[in-house]
Structure formats: C-alpha cells, structure tokens
Design a protein around this ligand. Structure first.
Ligand SMILES: *Cc1c(COP(=O)(O)O)cnc(C)c1O
Length: 387
C-alpha cells in the first residue's frame, strides 16, 4: 500500500473562487487580500493583518521594517526550519541559537532569559509541530531581562500553528507580530503564501511599506481616484505581497479551520495510542495547550532513524524529517562558535526524528498500514544490539 505524506483538501468551490478573480482585470494584491486581512484580524482579535507571499518574505519584511544593524541579535531555537534563522541573516542581523525543552521541543522563558544580551533586538519562538510556546512567560522573561538596548520585539513563528491555543489565548496575543505560512503542506494553504498579524502599530505601518519594495503606496492606491498618484520610497523593502489570485483560496479554509481540527486531533491521538508504552520518543503534550497538530513526529533512538526511513519507504509510506538541528547545516557550522552539540537537545532530536503522514482525509486503512509498519519494522531496529 502506498501512503502519501500529504494530500490537500481544496475543492471545486476553491477553484471557483480563483476563477472569479481571473474574470476581473485585477490579479494581484487588491480587494480579496483586504477582505482576508479583515478576516484574520477578527479571527485573531488583533488590530492589523497583512497577507504575504510566504512566511519567509513576510518575516524578511518585518525584520527590514525593524532596520536591523550588523551585530544586532535575534534569538531563534536551534530546532526549527532553516527559514527562521535565514531571514535574520538576510536582514543583516545575527541569529543566536538557543536549545529547546527536551519534552516539548519548544523554546522556553528560561532559554530566552539566559540568551538576552544588550544587542538582542528580537526573539522568535517557534510553535513547533503545532503546540504553542509559553508566550506569556516569554514576554515576562523579556521584561525581567530588561536589556540595555530596550525591550526586544517578540516575533512568533506560527508556520505550524494557525488554530492552536495555549492557556486559552491564540497566536498574536502576547507578541508584537506573529507570522504564518500558507505553504502547500501547512494547515491553511494557498500553495505559497503567508500572513503577519500585528499588535505593534509602528511595526505594521513600516511593514506595509517593506512588503512592497519600501514603496509608500500599494498598487490599488497608486491608481485611486481614477488617476496616477506618485509614490516615494522611505526604506528598503522586499517583494512580499500576495496576489488576489492565491488569496481567493483562503477565506473558506480560514472560516472552517476550527471544524477541521478535531479530525487532525483524532488521527494524532490514534498514533499516540498505538505507540504508547513503545520504544519511540513522542512529543509531550502541554496540558493547557490545544495543538494545531500540524506534524506527527516520532523519535527513533539507537542510531536507527535513517534505517527506519528506509523501512517505511520500502513499505510505501512517505515520510520527512522536521528537522535536523539548524546549527548542523554547513552554512551555519562555519559561522558559529560552538559545535552542533552545543545545543544538545536539538542536535539529538535532529538525529532521531522523522515525520509520519497526518492530514484530514488520511484513511483508517492508510493509518493502520503506517502504524503496523512502525511496530513491525521500526520497533525491532530500536531494540537491536548495535554491532
Ligand atoms: C514552513 C516553515 C517556514 C517557512 O514558510 P514559507 O511560507 O515556506 O516561507 C518557516 N518556519 C517554519 C517553522 C516552517 O515550518
């Protein structure tokens, strides 16, 4: 049996929404984007939302809006996707890696407090796999640390967590800005895309410009009043705006996301029950958090992760690795003081982890095949004596 890693659930209705945009003369950032931005503001109860063409470009626009100077530091976890650190480099700053909690793989307030220096300009917690970091605690840790350079900007990497909550709050509640990804495999998707939601008025105003080359007016405004209006450029920006053509895929997904979460949770709980008491390392679930259940990851010890991937692939099961520790990447290795083992939890998890298929629409038969392959072919690898 072949089991895909992921299948999207876009429908005929979504195709019609795109066709409706195609029937207008205006394809890029316009009315559809504005209306999705209002939808996001109401879903997250925040004053401002901006759609962007990827998490990466959205984060870059935010960091450009902050005008990072060489030597300015941004604290990021070592266990995340490379994009979280790359954008800091692209914007001219220095990523400072911190390790993560061994049970949840999340950055904690304690990690942040220890890493803050007078050069810290921002902190970027990542809600990895769908569980939210303790944002309230991280905000409090920043207030306690009081770096000489002023309170750092708190940026949430919400690529894995759109619909999750922690202690009853959603992303965007305790941060200055929270950034989402609508990449092909994310819980809300338009192929490529993303959004940033803001509590900081100042950062929102500046990002509105850095999202589009630093231009002082977006396309619809340049032609408002039926004539051409001149614009200026106040700061350096990137090209991060989302076209209406892709934004058309979002309204329905956003309005139904909470109805789809129970299906993800049912599938994730089914994996958790099947593997309970077994030899795999599983991510501990925070009692007071509702996970967005973006990825179902397992840890395979005994140096057997890559052999496990081979066994699963032979059985027709597609898997991925989310992630090897970022400081393990050659680009970072040559630029960092410590070795990859300086972030031991991230490094070890990065050696052990692999991700199983999880998406609404995964059938019971498919999931049973994945479960029995893990039990029959991966468990013995963990028990085996190493030669
Ligand atoms: C997917 C992802 C990103 C990047 O998102 P893009 O929209 O592809 O730029 C950033 N951080 C994390 C944790 C991700 O999983």
């Amino acid at each position: 049996m072949k089991v895909d890693f992921y299948r999207h659930a876009l429908s005929e209705a979504d195709a019609s929404a795109v066709a409706a945009v195609l029937a207008t003369p205006f394809l890029t950032t316009g009315k559809v984007c504005s209306s999705v931005e209002r939808q996001l503001e109401s879903y997250f109860t925040v004053p401002h939302a901006l759609l962007v063409n990827s998490w990466t470009n959205g984060a870059l626009a935010v960091l450009l809006a902050m005008d990072l100077q060489p030597g300015d530091e941004v604290i990021v976890p070592a266990m995340t996707f490379i994009a979280s650190a790359n954008v800091v480099h692209l914007a001219g700053g220095t990523p400072v890696f911190v390790d993560v909690d061994p049970r949840t793989l999340l950055m904690t307030p304690e990690h942040v407090e220890k890493a803050v220096t007078p050069r810290t300009r921002a902190v970027m917690p990542v809600h990895i796999y769908g569980q939210m970091c303790d944002m309230k605690g991280i905000r409090a840790a920043l207030r306690r640390a009081r770096p000489a350079g002023g309170e750092p900007v708190l940026i949430e990497d919400c690529a894995h967590c759109f619909e999750g909550t922690r202690d009853g709050y959603r992303p965007g509640r305790h941060s200055d800005v929270a950034i989402f990804s609508f990449y092909a495999t994310k819980n809300v998707t338009c192929g490529e895309g993303g959004a940033a939601i803001f509590n900081s008025e100042d950062l929102y105003r500046k990002t509105l410009e850095t999202r589009l080359h630093g231009m002082s007016a977006i396309a619809v405004d340049r032609f408002s009043g039926g004539r051409y209006n001149h614009w200026d450029m106040n700061r350096l920006g990137t090209k991060a705006n989302l076209p209406d053509l892709l934004a058309a895929l979002l309204p329905h997904q956003i309005s139904t996301i909470d109805e789809r979460l129970p299906e993800r949770k049912r599938l994730a709980d089914r994996y958790r029950a099947a593997f309970a008491g077994g030899p795999l390392r599983l991510v501990e679930q925070v009692d007071t958090a509702v996970s967005a259940e973006h990825l179902f990851v397992i840890g395979v010890g005994n140096g057997a992760r890559d052999a496990a991937i081979a066994r699963l692939n032979e059985a027709g099961v597609s898997v991925t690795v989310n992630y090897r520790s970022v400081p393990e990447m050659s680009f970072y290795k040559t630029r960092l003081a410590g070795s990859a083992e300086s972030w031991p939890v991230s490094w070890q998890w990065g050696e052990e982890t692999l991700t199983l298929p999880l998406f609404p629409g995964l059938s019971e038969a498919e999931q049973d095949h994945v479960i029995s392959t893990v039990r029959n072919h991966v468990y013995p690898l963990i028990a085996a004596d190493k030669a």
